[in-house]
Design a protein around this ligand. Structure first.
Ligand code: SAH
Length: 231
């Protein structure tokens, strides 16, 4: 009864060996990483914090947070991305505790354990995102911070995140994203409130195809990050 789509796990597993190649399929994750790290660090002050990265994949964000002094646990349901993440620690010399466990299961095992919970670029790949949001909420300590990033659902998001990114610019492999699973900020905010969280800020993440530069700002039409806190 785990909230997971095996086809999605398979998709990421097939690409896992190229996770740390900054010019391959996960290039966008490498490029947005400094932006999201600064955003999370700016709000939480990562040094010394216990952090859970849900759907950590090959560990791009998890390692970044560890490098800033956080004690990071990374969880994912893909075996191969986790193996790649584990191996990459040999190269980086950083410490991250990687585990193959669903957030729902970890929430039962270790409720209210983390100062910060991040769940980036995952919700648009699960059958029921509200279940994942509730699990993340259950994993944060009272007063803890949560960050969710995903893709908005509207015509512009379809044109930029699917047609543009997968077919025209070929930033991502075809079939990476399923439009029907995109989530409006209002829907994500409702899921967070239903899970007992308080909404902080919603910030947009934009990509300029001419300059090839990503930026954070007020435009939440396509990619966005929602910050919430546990009361
Ligand atoms: N969060 C990382 C990776 C995003 S890619 C980052 O932003 O850099 C999405 C990841 O979610 C993949 O590693 C995939 O294996 C994982 N995933 C997909 N469904 C999942 C689920 N139900 N539970 C946990 N991880 C899942």
């Amino acid at each position: 009864m785990i909230n997971v789509d095996p086809l999605e796990i398979e998709k990421f597993s097939q690409l896992a060996h190229r996770w740390w190649d900054p010019r391959a399929e996960f290039r966008p994750l490498h490029e947005i990483n400094p932006l999201r790290l600064d955003y999370i660090d700016g709000i939480t002050g990562l040094g010394g914090k216990s952090v859970l990265d849900v759907g950590c994949g090959g560990g791009i964000l998890a390692e970044g947070m560890a490098a800033r002094g956080a004690r990071v646990t990374g969880i994912d349901l893909g075996e191969k991305p986790l193996k790649v993440a584990q191996l990459h620690l040999l190269e980086s010399g950083l410490q991250v505790d990687y585990r193959h466990v669903a957030p729902e299961a970890l929430a039962r095992e270790a409720p209210r354990s983390f100062d910060v919970v991040t769940c980036m670029e995952l919700l648009e790949h699960v059958p029921d995102p509200s279940v994942t949001v509730a699990a993340c909420a259950g994993l944060a300590k009272p007063g803890g911070h949560l960050f969710f990033s995903t893709i908005n659902r509207n015509l512009k998001a379809y044109l930029l995140a699917v047609v543009g990114a997968e077919y025209v610019l070929k930033l991502l492999p075809r079939g990476t994203h399923d439009y029907a699973r995109f989530i409006k900020p209002s829907e994500l905010a409702s899921m967070c409130r239903a899970a007992g969280l308080e909404i902080g800020h919603i910030i947009g993440m934009t990509y300029n195809p001419l300059t090839r530069v990503y930026a954070l700002g007020s435009d939440t039409d396509v990619n966005y990050i929602l910050h919430a806190t546990s009361p």
